[in-house]
Design a protein. Structure first.
Length: 258
């Protein structure tokens, strides 16, 4: 049985973490397979958007496999300064295509970090989030300590990280952590509809725009504005009037259908 299942249809790849019996825990083997899958999809010109989800209804992923960490003396060392080949969070972050996280159940600690690596989060009503790093005495190494405070505010981030308590889907939406919450049976259909919309964007432009947003977010506000100005000046000089007219006609037709 594959630890990561992938299906591709209409330029959208659906990637499923497939260890439901272990709440899709991120064993080293799964981490390696997921990272390789994301790199493969990033390089596949037939794929424009990726949906990432977990098998079953209990868990997106419960994070690092604690049973493995407790039984293998080398397992913890593997997670520290882990090579890119085995770092699924970095592989998701480096994917140039939009990645939609379809959070079907709990996303805990390393699983929370994996969710935060996605570009858009759609949560099932069953979704819950928790940072239990402090509870198990392991420092985060995949970005959670820095991303979470920037997304929901430093006080809320400290509440979650220094308590280890769960955050339900409705509160996650209210706090701006997820884009929306839907019924469990509507999770993948909702993600698929959004992915289909994103797949109609020119892939090179989509990649450049995603990079601009990410790079600006990692910088100060002033640096981000300067970055946008420089990149837009360079890119927009190459746009021809005829291309604008054609794009405008397509946009008007799409708007009439909505």
């Amino acid at each position: 049985m594959a630890l990561v299942e992938t299906g591709i249809a209409d330029a959208v790849a659906t990637v499923t973490l497939n260890r439901p019996e272990a709440m899709n825990a991120l064993s080293r083997a799964l981490r390696i397979e997921l990272a390789a899958t994301m790199r493969r999809l990033d390089a596949d010109p037939s794929v424009r958007v990726v949906i990432l989800t977990g098998a079953g209804t209990r868990a997106f992923t419960a994070g690092l496999d604690l049973k493995e960490l407790a039984s293998d003396p080398h397992a913890m060392a593997d997670t520290v300064g882990e090579s890119p080949d085995a770092n699924p969070v970095k592989a998701v972050e480096l994917c140039r295509k939009p990645v939609i996280g379809a959070i079907n159940g709990v996303a805990v600690t390393g699983g929370f970090e994996l969710a935060l690596a996605c570009d858009v989060l759609i949560a099932s009503e069953n979704a819950r989030f928790a940072d239990t790093h402090a509870r198990v005495g392991i420092m985060p190494g995949w970005g959670l300590s820095q991303k979470l405070s920037r997304l929901i505010g430093i006080h809320r981030a400290k509440e979650l990280s220094l308590s280890g308590n769960f955050l339900d889907a409705a509160t996650a939406e209210r706090w701006g952590l997820v884009n929306r919450v839907v019924a469990a049976d509507q999770l993948l259909p909702t993600a698929a509809r959004l992915a289909a919309d994103m797949a109609t964007i020119d892939p090179a432009f989509s990649a450049a725009y995603k990079a601009l947003i990410n790079d600006g977010f990692a910088a100060s506000f002033g640096e981000g504005l300067r970055l946008e100005s420089a990149r837009s000046t360079a890119a927009n000089k190459a746009v021809q009037p005829g291309e604008v007219a054609q794009a405008r006609a397509v946009l008007q037709a799409r708007n009439r259908q909505q």
